[in-house]
Write a protein that binds this ligand. Structure first.
Ligand SMILES: CC(=O)CC(=O)SCCNC(=O)CCNC(=O)[C@H](O)C(C)(C)COP(=O)(O)OP(=O)(O)OC[C@H]1O[C@@H](n2cnc3c(N)ncnc32)[C@H](O)[C@@H]1OP(=O)(O)O
Length: 437
């Protein structure tokens, strides 16, 4: 059972509202929006929807993975753009793909300690305007130019430049430690855990079909707020979903990361996406005193690394979920809804294999029996990142919004969300429906 310090009922961290923008393929409708402008949209929405005054929010913390040099604390710029008072502090947190979970966990800890009553967490990511740097040699010489005292010295500094130094340094998903891109790292996981191309394509087809059906049924209407693009267009729906996806068409796509033996293609990978999410968090007592409904209690969270960066990079969920459940004395049978980030179909399937594997459970996930794969009828039943998209720092908030809605709809008690991340990181969170305690 949990050895966590019990939190008084009044200070239980709860989610009052969770909203997101539509997730849009990078270079699309949000291309002219700066990241803080995008992040401001759900920050405004959580206040408008709940009626809470901005001045009541004690802290804003947003995740952001790829940060712009001009707005390194993008949460501050976003909350000021959204009209929050300058007196309210804001911080930005970066923990690769689990940045939003980190923002929410930090705020929940502060709420549980009584330091905050209301806070806003989440994340914002806009890959349409990447912070592209000049090469290292250009940067080094540009700094020296600033202090050069004579034309001769300036010319000597510039003479040290080579044509290839002018090739820009573009951020990529390549991991510094292993040198692997996330796609290549996932290929290594697929090979280790025996994931086939057929299984990955079938899973991707499911994600697209489920997401399309959920949108058509109006299922996402509650969590998604429209965005007015700079050209005046109203963006109302995720645009990465391909209802026409079929295993036959997917089978024809070429591997994207390993032309010879690879199983990952554009069709069974999540694409680069722009989007933002915001969650209004509160202590249970403060929410109650303001007449706000607590949609979920954030009961517990587990952050982890993986043991082997080369063959387990995106296995975080298979480590974090068993640890979280074990600490809470729960099994997968107790969890009504799982929302797990789909970086790649092969990553989901490798995690499923890891969760079912006795050796993996013992040596990696801790001294526990394998909990088994997540039953498909509980996993991402309204689609996942493969179809909905993956704006890195906004995905965690999306998972929480969807997980909460699922258990509220059925009246069941627990939901678990989990995310893998670059740098061999992972997170899982346990959410509880207050109406089902
Ligand atoms: C953030 C963290 O820490 C954790 C993580 O999430 S790790 C993951 C991070 N994310 C990544 O690494 C991004 C991975 N994805 C990619 O790099 C790119 O999406 C990719 C290289 C896989 C593909 O990029 P791309 O080639 O530009 O894709 P795109 O042009 O859209 O599609 C290529 C082809 O596939 C087709 N296609 C794509 N999806 C399809 C589908 N569902 N059905 C049928 N065809 C499809 C397209 O129509 C296109 O066909 P044409 O060439 O005939 O036009």
């Amino acid at each position: 059972m949990s050895n966590l310090t019990p939190i008084p009922e009044d200070r239980l961290p709860v989610v009052v509202d969770a909203v997101r923008t539509p997730f849009i393929n990078s270079g699309g409708a949000y291309a002219e929006l700066r990241n803080h402008e995008l992040g401001a949209v759900p920050l405004r929405a959580v206040l408008a929807r709940t009626g809470l005054a901005a001045g009541d929010v004690g802290m804003v913390t947003l995740g952001c993975v790829v940060q712009d040099v001009e707005t390194t604390n993008v949460a501050r710029e976003a909350m000021l753009t959204a009209g929050y008072p300058a007196l309210t502090p804001a911080s930005t947190i970066s923990m690769a793909g689990i940045s939003p979970e980190a923002s929410i966990a930090n705020l929940c800890d502060m709420i549980a300690l009584g330091r905050l009553e209301f806070a806003v967490g989440g994340g914002t990511e806009n890959f349409s305007d990447l912070p592209i740097r000049m090469s290292r040699n250009v940067r080094k010489r540009a700094v020296k130019l600033g202090t050069a005292r004579s034309t001769g010295e300036r010319l000597r500094i510039l003479a040290g430049l080579r044509p290839w130094d002018l090739i820009p340094d573009v951020p990529s998903s390549r991991d510094l430690t292993t040198g692997l891109t996330m796609g290549a790292a996932c290929e290594a996981m697929a090979a280790r855990f025996g994931v086939t191309r057929e299984a990955a394509d079938a899973y991707a087809e499911r994600s697209h079909h489920r997401a399309a059906a959920a949108w058509d049924a109006g299922w996402f209407d509650e969590e998604v707020v429209p965005v007015e693009a700079p050209d005046g267009r109203m963006v109302t729906r995720d645009d990465g979903i391909r209802p026409d996806t079929s295993v036959d068409r997917l089978a024809r796509l070429k591997p994207a990361f390993d032309p010879d033996r690879g199983i990952i293609t554009a069709g069974n990978a999540s694409g680069l996406t722009d989007g933002a999410t915001a969650l209004l968090l509160a202590s249970a007592g403060a929410a109650d005193r303001r007449g706000l409904t607590a949609r979920a209690i954030v009961r517990d969270y587990e952050f982890t690394g993986v043991a082997d960066m080369s063959s387990e990079m995106l296995m975080g969920p298979a480590v974090a979920i068993p640890r979280l459940l074990q600490r809470q004395g729960l099994t997968p049978a107790d969890i009504a809804a799982f929302e797990v980030h789909e970086a790649f179909a092969a990553q989901i399937l490798a995690n499923q294999a890891g969760l079912a594997d006795a050796d993996y459970a013992q040596t990696v996930a801790g001294p526990a029996a394998p909990i088994g794969g997540i039953p498909l009828d509980k996993l991402n039943i309204h689609g996942g990142s493969l179809a909905l998209g993956n704006p890195f720092a906004a995905t965690g908030g999306r998972l929480i919004a969807t997980a909460i809605r699922r258990i509220r709809e059925t009246g069941e008690r627990y939901a678990v969300i989990a995310t893998c991340a670059g740098g061999g990181l992972g997170a899982a969170m346990l959410l509880e429906n207050p109406a089902a305690r």
